[in-house]
Design a protein. Structure first.
Length: 120
């Protein structure tokens, strides 16, 4: 299918920026996130899937596309993006520290453990 280069660029930029893409199985609508025809999105992702650049999962009338490492390199070359820029899915967030002061793992007291009930 012939897809205009401007639309293909929009799709690839969005995929590179986010790292994932979701498309409803409806060929008549506009894709909300990308701003182009949903048919163009599905067919361009189908092409990338056949080349091994994207993994596809289909569930409940939605296509879920995930960018692979090979796809990341391909889009980097296609979009002329420098090496340091990565998709949002590959960014490492700092893990927040747990609050200090209360021991959440213990139930009663300091290290009492399980107490048996005295039977009469």
């Amino acid at each position: 299918m012939l897809i205009p280069k401007s639309d293909r660029t929009k799709i690839y930029q969005y995929l590179f920026q986010e790292g994932v893409l979701v498309a409803k199985k409806d060929f008549e609508i506009q894709h909300e996130d990308v701003g182009t025809k949903n048919l163009y999105v599905i067919k361009s992702m189908q092409s990338l899937t056949s080349k091994g650049f994207v993994k596809t999962q289909f569930s409940w009338q939605y296509y879920y596309y995930t960018l692979t490492d090979e796809g990341l390199e391909y889009l980097r070359e296609w979009l002329n993006v420098p090496e340091g820029i990565v998709p949002k899915t590959l960014l490492v967030d700092a893990v927040p520290e747990r609050p200090q002061g209360r021991n959440y793992g213990q139930r009663r007291g300091e290290g009492e453990g399980y107490r048996r009930r005295n039977r009469d």
